[in-house]
Ligand binder design. Structure first.
Ligand code: ZN
Length: 114
């Protein structure tokens, strides 16, 4: 006897591998590493590299486009008054870094306490 629904349910339970794909870019877990990507950050951008890297973003090297080390989503077209963390939260509320999960982020402050 076969029960397709049972098989489907079983697969759904087992297939949790996608949950372990965070962070998307482990190399950018360190805030210091992220900050280092803003060498050519455009001067017209209204958001600072330190604020962006603190919010999980590193520079992609194109325009003012940044990418989150955790969810892998990109943000661009920053406007005056934008706050990096709030924009991140607004556009990608499911991001585990934004949600406060331990995704391996290494904040700048941690460097001195090691
Ligand atoms: Zn994110």
């Amino acid at each position: 006897a076969s029960d397709p629904n049972y098989l489907l349910r079983t697969k759904q339970v087992v297939d949790m591998s996608h949950m372990k794909t965070y962070p998307k870019n482990p190399a950018m877990c360190s805030e210091e590493a992220r900050l280092g990507t803003y060498q050519n950050w455009p001067g017209y951008a209204p958001v600072t590299p330190s604020e962006l890297s603190n919010a999980g973003f590193y520079y992609t090297g194109t325009g003012d486009r940044v990418e989150c080390f955790c969810c892998g989503e990109k943000l661009t077209s920053w406007e005056p008054g934008d706050r990096a963390w709030l924009e991140h939260k607004k556009h990608f509320p499911y991001c585990l870094f934004i949600l406060g999960h331990d995704v391996g982020n290494v904040p700048l402050e941690a460097e001195s306490t090691v």
